[in-house]
Design a protein around this ligand. Sequence first.
Ligand code: ADP
Ligand code: MG
Length: 166
Amino acid sequence: MKNILKITLAILKPDVVKEIRHRILKAGFYVVQSRSVNLSHQQVEDFYSEHAGRFFHQRLVTFMKSGPIHVHILAHPEAIQLWRQIMGPTKSFSTQFEFPDTIRGSYGLTDTRNCTHGSDSFSSALREIKYFFPNFSYEEWSEKHEPLLRKGECIIDYSTFTHKIK
Ligand code: ADP
Ligand code: MG
């Protein structure tokens, strides 16, 4: 009976997540906080409200609510620029040829399904971090944790993917 449904087991293996995490650590970032989240339609609309009205907005919303995402607060002296450099340019179609070693160049599928997000300025970063980590205080972190991270008094905890202060 050729139409009988059969079953198989599918696992999304850790290498995809692990590969990106490896690139984050290799670049010298400190991981301040991490969380995994499923965004609702409204949450994606809110997060990407700056792109409302653009031709790709609807497909961006559909994509971003399609499954869990991992969100990180990363720290580095050049955090904004360095993360954007490692991600590569927005449009994966051309980036796969022009910057093949970047994340988007390596794993991006389309100009919308381009693997990663990165804040474009310090003020955007503060606003976006507040969106996903409402209890995070940049002032408190700068005072208490930043000096310790900068001195390297921390160790990466792979189970939570955050740097813990020693
Ligand atoms: P970035 O994520 O590099 O900061 P933008 O803020 O301009 O880029 O756009 C937000 C997201 O919208 C992009 O990461 C991508 O998923 C999608 N996007 C942007 N421009 C296009 C485009 N021209 N075609 C399809 N999707 C796009
Ligand atoms: Mg952007």
